[in-house]
Design a binder for this molecule. Structure first.
Ligand code: NAY
Length: 292
């Protein structure tokens, strides 16, 4: 039995006019549960385009994903925002109105907040809430790099149960793993998962698992069985896939791949790219190469 958990970062489907396409989002939840047999979904993160959505849209996304999943997989609501009041409102809504058991929040970004301010942000989000939280650490996009010691200070709040670690700093990952063996670490760079498995992560949360989950489950199974050669072969194929998807435009292409799989996943919100005929042809090729 696989012990590591695999979560897809849920995409949000949009219509051409930028409105939310609920049927598309629900269909992606269903695909993850019914076809991927995914352990869980990370809702309203980078892949979910949440940082381009307003508060009401983010709440609506939490609501429809929770409703569609209907207890069939774990769910994590990403509530982080550089507007702390919005983050608190989203956290309260996800936990108390909808019933999410776990939330996550990206480190506050754009302004160069010092560590005390970052700690204040997490404690403020959690104040008065009966929930658990994963720190969403993604230095490449936020510019915020926390040290192992700083993670330790955040963990002084007992509601903070771990990290969504989207970072290629493997020394930091090893230091954090050693220092906090009881905290959860979910890795977020899908193309480097095997190296992270070696360092003892508890699982992964990623955009590319939306279509590629089966191959990654097989990789984890091989790794856990001690068959590193097979695990590496699967990571190689996964990385060929991820490089092809990135070359074709990451998020729009994952939605196009859903279309290829028979799921009407809508499109991305502006200013992300709308699908062009070339992108569609590229996605069809990728789908045929890796999933047929
Ligand atoms: C999120 O919040 O949706 C995630 O961070 C999921 C992790 C992904 N990171 C980003 C920034 O999209 O799955 C990864 C990433 O897309 C993948 O490794 C391809 O580079």
């Amino acid at each position: 039995m696989i012990m590591k958990k695999l979560y897809s970062a849920l995409m949000t489907a949009f219509n051409e006019d930028g409105s939310m396409n609920d049927a598309g989002t629900r269909a992606m939840v269903r695909y993850n549960i019914d076809v991927n047999h995914i352990d869980g979904l990370y809702i309203g993160g980078s892949t979910g385009e949440a940082f381009m959505m307003n508060t009401e849209e983010r709440k609506h996304l939490f609501k429809i994903a929770f409703d569609e999943a209907a207890g069939q997989c774990d769910l994590i609501a990403q509530v982080g925002s550089i507007n702390l009041n919005e983050a608190k409102e989203l956290a309260d809504y996800a936990v108390n109105t909808i019933g999410y058991k776990t939330i996550s929040a990206v480190t506050p970004f754009y302004y160069p907040f010092n560590f005390d301010q970052i700690k204040y942000y997490y404690d403020a989000i959690l104040e008065g809430l009966d929930t658990q939280l994963l720190i969403y650490s993604l230095p490449a996009l936020t510019g915020v790099s926390l040290t192992a010691e700083q993670f330790g200070k955040l963990f002084e709040n007992p509601k903070i149960i771990g990290i969504k670690f989207t970072n290629a700093d493997f020394l930091l990952l090893e230091r954090v793993r050693k220092a906090f063996p009881d905290k959860l670490i979910y890795f977020g760079s899908d193309e480097m998962l095997l190296s992270a498995l070696v360092l003892g992560v508890d699982g992964a949360i990623g955009s590319t698992f939306n279509l590629n989950a089966k191959r990654v489950f097989d990789e984890i199974k091989a790794f856990e069985a001690g068959d590193n050669a097979k695990a590496l072969e699967l990571q190689h194929t996964t990385n060929d896939y991820i490089m092809d998807v990135i070359d074709n435009d990451l998020y729009p292409t994952i939605k196009l791949l859903f279309h290829e799989a028979g799921v009407d996943a809508g499109q991305c919100s502006k200013p992300m790219n709308a699908p062009t005929p070339e992108m569609k042809a590229g996605a069809a090729k990728i789908y045929a190469k890796y999933f047929k």
